[in-house]
Design a binder for this molecule. Structure first.
Ligand code: P6P
Length: 337
């Protein structure tokens, strides 16, 4: 048995990072560990969704007006229960809940952080076995400690974020986490039930050859956006075009590929979704934080996503995100007037 094991677990890694800051209290590390526990419990159900009678619509409809799949509801409940028992979370906001949830026990009211999440993004892919994911982000609360957290804690700009991450339930289950120190990926090792460091210091390539958009919406797009899609499809060997088109319809999966291989992912505004479809607080902000910390760019087309001042919990924004040179080329040549 070789005692010099190479595996570094998520807990060990976050403790090692915490030690770099003498004033750090370890609360953020503990919170990340709690979130990873919730995602391991979600992973267990996702992996057997085809077997257990957990597929199919839950019947309820969420605040987005979308039919809730049972796994959505399960994932939401798991995250809320784990975070309510966490030592470091004062409350949550989630795609599946109309309003934020302030934990009202004394310990939670004294906690410094709030968490926002999309418990199971891409849920329409659940019953076709395509990759889906959990997206989360952590903010230090701005409301008074000792009292319940308030809506202002959740309506902070994305640039205030302390950490963000996602778990992709795919061919393997992987947690990608970004803090001010950078982006690291941890793959679930089922034999020990731990997320283990597998992708240290992840970087988003400055250039790519993939564009990712729901091409079916083309007729609803502006003239400039249609022109940009034509640019992506034109033949030009010097600029690696035509780009390949890849679109899974699951933001976590599309952005995980973008982070690993480079490229540009877009969910623009169109005639039907005049503000875009994706939600600012628990989809676009956390994914933008991650991609920016990896050296990429994320914009609404008018400003950095992380600079948008949120007005309400479920607001949507357009998003163009990925390789720095690709997103900047779009902005410099096809930005709306
Ligand atoms: P469309 C999944 O429902 C989701 O919220 C994101 O994960 C994904 O990027 C997007 O919607 C797909 O939307 O309109 O292309 O099916």
């Amino acid at each position: 048995m070789n005692p010099n094991r190479k595996l570094i677990t998520l807990d060990e890694f976050t403790v090692m990072q915490t030690r770099q800051f003498s004033q750090a209290t370890g609360e953020l590390s503990t919170l990340l560990r709690d979130i990873s526990l919730a995602c391991k419990l979600i992973n267990k159900q996702v992996n057997k969704a085809g077997l257990a009678d957990i597929l199919g619509a839950h019947g309820a409809v969420n605040v987005q007006g979308e039919e809730q799949m049972k796994l959505d509801v399960y994932a939401d409940e798991i995250l809320i229960n784990v975070l309510k028992n966490s030592a470091d979370c004062a409350g949550i906001a989630s795609e599946e809940n109309d309003d934020f949830v302030a934990f009202d026990d004394q310990h939670s009211m004294n906690s410094k952080y709030v968490v926002m999440f999309d418990p199971l993004d891409g849920s329409s892919n659940i019953d076709v076995n395509a990759s889906i994911g959990t997206i989360f982000c952590i903010y230090k609360r701005v409301s008074e400690l000792g009292k319940p957290c308030s809506k202002e804690d959740f309506l902070q700009k994305g640039e205030n974020m302390k950490a963000a991450g996602y778990v992709i339930y795919g061919s393997s289950t992987m947690l990608v986490c970004a803090t001010k120190l950078g982006v690291n990926g941890f793959t679930l090792e089922p034999s020990i039930g731990e997320f283990c460091l597998s992708h240290r210091d992840m970087k988003c390539k400055e250039d790519g050859k993939i564009y990712s958009v729901n091409q079916g919406n083309t007729n609803k797009l502006s003239d400039k956006l249609r022109a940009y899609l034509d640019y992506c499809m034109e033949e030009d060997k010097e600029t690696n075009r035509p780009y390949s088109h890849r679109y899974i319809g699951s933001m976590v999966a599309d952005l995980h590929r973008t982070l690993i291989k480079g490229g540009i992912f877009m969910y623009p505004a169109d005639k039907k979704n005049v503000h875009g479809k994706l939600r600012l607080l628990y989809e676009c902000n956390p994914m933008s934080f991650i991609v920016e910390k990896a050296g990429g760019v994320s914009t609404t087309g008018e400003q950095r996503v992380l600079e948008v001042q949120p007005q309400e919990l479920h607001q949507r924004v357009p998003i163009f995100i990925g390789s720095k040179n690709m997103v900047n080329y779009y902005l410099e040549n096809y930005k709306e007037d």
